[in-house]
Design a protein around this ligand. Structure first.
Ligand code: BGC
Length: 755
């Protein structure tokens, strides 16, 4: 017998799509012309406008005619008011506009990039970052954000891995929920909450070869088990909108995919918000090769798209398609109703200017409190990858040589997708270290190298004002200067890695190592014999196999937002003990990609764990199967010992629970936090099952010398997966449980799920 929840492929008839605003929405709809209806589906990008320019702009004219439903990426209450004024004073029906923005990891107060944030494994904190982002954005006129990005990514060549929560569907689902709750709170009409938009639906992180916008091809069973859960978690948390992705699914672009946007999203998951395309997503279906603009626009509407970002395909072609019977007025009406409902939910019909309070804009953005919290969050996101001979934490009175192209660049601290950040407000590493060291004036600095030997690469890696001005001196001169200050120091802090524009949208890399000039610099620094601490900046896992041998310590700081420099110094000096754990596997080389902890076993698994090559086994001749750093990995200044793994029973009944407990002892010299992780393995299934799956984690604070018993409760729900028929089931049989400090957890026990 199976313990099944529902047949996921069948429509769920329990849908409760009751809409408290239905009558009001219907009465507006009855007044609208077809043009005005299509206008509600239109989302142009306004770009930056100087206050007062709106009325005379092309967009201003369209708003007047009722041809715009919303705008995005306008920063300032004054400009937003300008546009809203046109809608309220000059358009016939005075329907308020919705104002969106990519508020991805904070607003002006910028938090770590999402990949970094996920390494905190702290759901309460993550939710609070989204709440603060909502408060700041709404104080500046915004009421809708294109976040969270929940695309599972197992290919670090893909630059947008930086924008998500890594490779795991379970952790990704928890984070999706926390983010949606943080943005939306429990009352969307409150002017301190904003509507969230989960993206990019779906599977955008699985593009072939890690190249952005590339083809995706995946079995349904993999989708359901490994890629869809975080989107579903956002829907279950009540997310107000969903963004369709650029990629195709089963040969049909997501933007025109009815199975995805209607059968799955609405009929199976009961989503009742609205669907927006990604930027020109409809028009891009022409290049995908599925038809001309009229055809793809009709296809998008018929699939379940409600709003068209930038491309104006819906606005300009649906009339013709309606005349020709290719779309129905009831489908157009349904889309309009969803947009109007969202505007009601946000309270915009009560007060179109409720998010336009100049006083709030002056007092609630980039506040001292928000910055202090950003500093805390940034430190929690950092991951200590190596720390030989306890070289960290640093002594505040040591002579420290701070070297590297990323040591003093405010512009590169916030990270990708930080639209509202004022880059010059960020704290650089050098500034942070100087401040953190207080009266110590022995902080020396040299740039050491440019970002890359290749000037042209450097240009495309420092776009959008994320400059690292190229130093005109020769590579040798830069290196010599660095070596000279290194020789005067006790310890070297080498700030190396990627610039912030080396990850993010359209920033895929085929080689994910640290640029060669920086590797050469590192080698030269290591040769001095002084301890070298690498402060690693990166928007993705990097291949740092050699660097991990050369350096004495490596602290991965991602791009940790406005307070980067302060937070890095807090960790380097030991004011904060690092506790972050990576959420995407670090490969040894690019050839291992895709590499992820919850893989299948194959019929010929490697018979040893020492990485020894075995003929006719699933392994490589030239590299072990094991990654450089596994999922969930991260060190602390203290040490944690695990023992005494116990199960409350060795059988689980479908209605029962099993308690899994473990003793964790802080055996080192510092108080610290540890992310205790629980994994299971379903030993025999009707389909092949992963070798391990995360099913629980707890971040616990343990004082030095103290032992804490950490307990997890497992139920039959934790054992469920989508089977061959895509039913969500738990199958009776044996399960292994692993508990430990990362996905390589050695402690294990076994139990049986009985009928
Ligand atoms: C990105 C989205 C983003 C949108 C609006 C697109 O290029 O893929 O993630 O929300 O632009 O800025």
């Amino acid at each position: 017998m199976l313990f099944a929840s529902c047949n996921s492929e069948k429509n769920n008839s329990n849908a409760t799509n009751s809409n408290p605003f239905e009558k009001k929405v219907d009465s507006i709809l009855s007044l609208m012309t077809l043009d005005e209806k299509l206008g509600q589906l239109n989302l142009p990008s306004a770009g930056q406008f100087t206050t007062g320019q709106a009325t005379n702009s092309d967009i201003g004219g369209k708003i007047e005619k009722g041809l715009v439903g919303g705008l995005f990426n306008i920063k300032s209450v004054a400009s937003i008011k300008d546009f809203q004024n046109i809608a309220m004073e000059k358009s016939r029906l005075k329907i308020p506009l919705i104002f969106g923005m990519d508020v991805i990891h904070g607003y002006e107060t910028t938090f770590p990039i999402p990949l970094g944030l996920s390494c905190s494994w702290d759901m309460e904190m993550i939710e609070k970052t989204a709440h603060i982002a909502a408060v700041e954005a709404s104080a500046d006129g915004i009421n809708w954000t294109f976040s969270p990005m929940v695309d599972i990514a197992r290919d670090p060549r893909w630059g947008r891995i930086s924008e998500g929560s890594g490779e795991d569907a379970y952790l990704g689902s928890q984070i999706a929920k926390a983010m949606v709750n943080g943005y939306q709170g429990d009352d969307l009409s409150n002017n301190k909450t904003i509507m969230s938009c989960v993206k990019h639906f779906a599977l955008y992180g699985a593009g072939e070869a890690g190249r952005d916008y590339n083809t995706v091809d995946m079995s349904k069973i993999r989708m359901y088990n490994e890629y869809l859960p975080p989107y579903k978690a956002a829907v279950d948390a009540g997310v107000g909108s969903v963004m369709a992705s650029f990629n195709e699914i089963d040969g049909i672009p997501a933007t025109g995919n009815k199975w995805l946007l209607t059968d799955l999203l609405r009929n199976q998951w009961n989503f009742n918000g609205f669907v927006v395309t990604d930027y020109t997503g409809i028009n891009e279906m022409i290049a995908h090769g599925v038809g001309d603009l009229q055809h793809v626009s009709a296809m998008a509407l018929n699939a379940g798209v409600d709003m068209d970002m930038v491309g104006e395909g819906l606005l300009t072609t649906l009339k013709k398609s309606l005349d020709e019977g290719k779309v129905s007025i009831s489908d157009i009406d349904t889309a309009v109703k969803r947009i109007l409902t969202a505007k009601y939910q946000l309270g915009l019909f009560d007060d179109p200017f409720k998010y336009c309070d100049e006083n709030r804009a002056k007092t609630e953005i980039f506040t001292k409190e928000n910055r202090a919290f950003a500093r805390e969050v940034a430190a929690q996101s950092m991951v200590l990858l190596k720390n030989d001979d306890k070289v960290l934490p640093l002594n505040k009175s040591a002579k420290i040589a701070v070297i590297g192209p990323l040591a003093h660049t405010k512009e590169n601290m916030a990270g990708t997708w930080s639209v509202a950040t004022k880059q010059d407000q960020s704290i650089s590493l050098l500034e942070g270290i100087k401040e953190g060291a207080g009266s110590n004036t022995n902080i020396l600095y040299a740039k050491g190298s440019n970002l890359s030997y290749d000037e042209n690469f450097e240009k495309i890696a420092t776009m959008f004002g994320k400059e690292i001005p190229r130093d005109g001196r020769t590579d040798e001169q830069l290196r010599q200067e660095a070596l000279s200050i290194a020789s005067k120091s006790d310890v070297i802090v080498a700030a190396l890695g990627e610039s912030s524009e080396m990850s993010g949208e359209s920033s895929s890399r085929s080689d994910i190592s640290i640029p060669e000039v920086q590797r050469d610099l590192l080698q030269a620094l290591v040769k001095t014999g002084k301890p070298v601490v690498v402060v690693l900046f990166n928007g993705r896992p990097l291949t740092i196999t050699e660097e991990s041998e050369w350096a004495s310590a490596i602290l991965d700081v991602w791009f940790s937002g406005s307070e980067s420099g302060h937070a890095i110094a807090d960790v380097l000096f030991g004011d904060v003990n690092p506790s972050g754990k990576i959420t995407a596997t670090f490969p040894r080389n690019v050839g291992q990609i895709p590499i992820y902890y919850n893989h299948k076993n194959t019929g010929r698994p490697l018979g040893n764990t020492e990485g020894k090559f075995e003929k006719f086994r699933s392994n490589y001749m030239d590299v072990p199967n094991e990654p450089l750093y596994p999922f969930g990995y991260g060190l602390s200044y203290t040490t944690f010992d695990y023992g005494n793994l116990k199960l409350s029973a060795n059988q689980l009944n479908p209605e029962g629970t099993i308690e899994v407990s473990v003793d964790v002892t802080n055996s080192g010299d510092y108080d610290g936090k540890e992310v205790v992780q629980l994994y299971i393995r379903d030993l025999v299934g009707s389909v092949t099952r992963p070798v391990k799956e995360l099913k629980g984690f707890q971040k616990v604070e343990i004082k030095k010398g103290e032992t804490k018993t950490v307990t997890f409760t497992l139920t039959v729900e934790d054992l469920k997966f989508y089977n061959y028929n895509l039913d969500f089931v738990a199958e009776p049989g044996d399960f292994e449980v692993f508990v430990g400090t990362n996905s390589d957890a050695p402690l294990k026990a076994q139990f049986k799920l009985v009928e």
